[in-house]
Design a binder for this molecule. Sequence first.
Ligand code: NIG
Ligand code: FE
Length: 411
Amino acid sequence: MTLLLTNIKELLQVRPEAPEKLSGAAMGELPTLKNAWLLCEDDHIKSFGTMEQLPEVPEAIVIDCFGKMVLPSWCDSHTHLVYAGNREQEFVDRINGLTYQEIAAKGGGIVNSAAMLQKTSEEELYAQSAIRLEEVIDLGTGAIEIKSGYGLTTEAELKMLRVAKRLENAYGITVRRTFLGAHAVPKEFKENKQGYIDLIINEMLPNVAEEQLAHYVDAFCESGYFSVEDTEQILEAAQPYGLIPKIHVNQFNSIGGVALGVAQNALSVDHLEVVTSQDIEALKNSNTMPVALPSCSFFLGIPYTPGRQLIDAGLPLALATDYNPGSSPTGNMNFVVASACIKMNLTPEEAINAATINGAYAMGLSDTHGSITAGKKANLIITKEIPSYGFLPYAFGSNLIDHIILNGKQL
Ligand code: NIG
Ligand code: FE
């Protein structure tokens, strides 16, 4: 199928030679073409240019984008989209004064979600998760990472990852899967955390690898969850299976997870609501992408990642939703981009770069996603008629998406 988008008011993130990631001052530049056309052939971008040199493509289906912007789909590099039920009651408990950590300490939180998921059949888990995936595709997400971590038994962890794999096959959206067995210590292992780590290493990891269910390995490296030493054991055990680390660090405390991630060549270190100068130094000259999750900060009322400070220190930054039932029950990347501007002082250019090119990097998808580049996937957002691209984060509560193109097909 050939698709020709014409009269595009402004085509965003145009990169004839796409960098694999953007850092520091380079994040402030968003190359665009005004009054543009874009040609998609099958599932990829073929070519683009300005309307003065519009090619004749008789076989193409033409979409007139007059007054509208076109940009690459969002790359959401951190989600827990596969889960069962919800945690609305804990939301109300927090309104009534309990903290996220207090709720977890009395048996709520991640282990609460795990109990629900263990009881849910694979079919039902698939059905619940598919609804969320359809929603985020409509909101402009064109590639997504999905973690396990609400199973906490071998069987339930495998069930989650199988569901994530089935979702990719059914919807055609690129799904990168991450094994997060070390998300919380299950109740049965409360007095024997090492026993649970041994289960992860000796039973879960070999099974995940055997079924080729994951690309990445993750751990919640945080006081009260998994220490730096625990995390290191797990990352090292995952390495022979080719699982690259992407880890939860510094959500509440800076305990050394960032330096560990860098030392283990993690693809990304995510959350970073609390960042020290040592953390910033550790990230400099590394290949590890810092990832901010502002909708988690919004929902839990915790500090926002100091994204401005990270970029001003010359670092790259990616943005993701953290879609999950406990700390971010939304997978809306448009809201994430807006809150990065509103709460983290990113410019619209920086936020869009963080949610496209740098999000793709944080999923190992730099070659195929995140920019308007010939040969990359034709995954596109066509906006409604808007005055400028800064209007996307500015009008943060409006749905400004008109159409979605996924794999070169209009949805
Ligand atoms: O990234 N912080 C760890 N994991 C998830 C939330 C888990 C939950 O509360 O269910 C997160 O925020
Ligand atoms: Fe998370």
